[in-house]
Design a protein around this ligand. Structure first.
Ligand code: AMP
Length: 219
């Protein structure tokens, strides 16, 4: 199963990709997670990416392509992958097409997570995640049963405290949504024209979206 997840920030790409990963053992390849990891480790590449990320702008195509190429070359990606957050503009989609031809792993389907922009704002301001395992919660719609701690670790009292991403602050969210509209939305047509696009209504409960997602993914 080789999937691309398309959708605005907050549309639930990460949540659905993590479910599918846990269910089917297919790695979630999130460009945002790879970048955040590089920033947290203070690598040269992370330093170059940080300013764009803090402002809600796209990081340069060349930096992100390098990360994705390296990630897809790891052994676990040979059995499939769920690309989450990549590609994000037309140039990246073209680069991805070439990369996947090179490694002989064409995409099976591109799933668009369709949600109204108004809903996205609340989702993004409510989003919290675990700094250790990356599990995503929402204080409004899917809070952790342990309040401000992750429920994915043993020991309720010692489990990691959930954090809010720096770019989920209101002032940055507006810019991220604008960037999505202007740079990423054109990919919908790019993939529709190739007969790969499946659209799902992502403004439903996580469970219902997942059921539709499984169908769209063919599994
Ligand atoms: P995400 O976690 O997917 O929302 O990504 C967080 C931030 O990382 C974005 O706002 C961008 O600054 C950067 N980023 C993630 N994926 C890409 C990409 N494919 N191209 C450029 N920048 C990206």
């Amino acid at each position: 199963m080789r999937l691309v997840l398309l959708g605005a920030p907050g549309s639930g790409k990460g949540t659905q990709a993590q479910r599918l990963r846990d269910d089917k053992g297919i790695p979630q390849v999130s460009s945002g997670d790879l970048l955040r990891d590089a920033v947290a480790r203070g690598t040269e590449l992370g330093k170059r990416a940080k300013a764009a990320m803090d402002a809600g702008e796209l990081v340069s195509d060349e930096i992100v392509l390098g990360l994705i190429r390296e990630r897809l070359s790891r052994p676990d990606a040979a059995k499939g992958f769920i690309l989450d957050g990549y590609p994000r503009n037309v140039a990246q989609a073209a680069a991805l097409d070439r990369l996947l031809v090179d490694i002989g792993q064409p995409v099976d389907a591109v799933v668009l997570m369709d949600v109204d922009t108004k809903v996205l704002f609340q989702r993004l301001t409510g989003r919290r995640s675990c700094p250790e395992c990356g599990k995503v919660f929402n204080i409004y719609s899917s809070p952790s049963p342990r309040g401000d701690r992750c429920d994915n670790h043993p020991g309720a009292a010692e489990a990691p405290l959930l954090v809010q991403r720096a770019d989920d602050r209101e002032d940055v969210i507006g810019n991220r949504l604008k960037v999505y509209e202007s740079q990423t939305r054109p990919l919908v047509e790019h993939y529709r024209a190739r007969g790969l696009l499946k659209v799902l209504n992502a403004d439903q409960s996580v469970e219902r979206v997942y059921a539709e997602f499984l169908k769209a993914a063919g599994g």
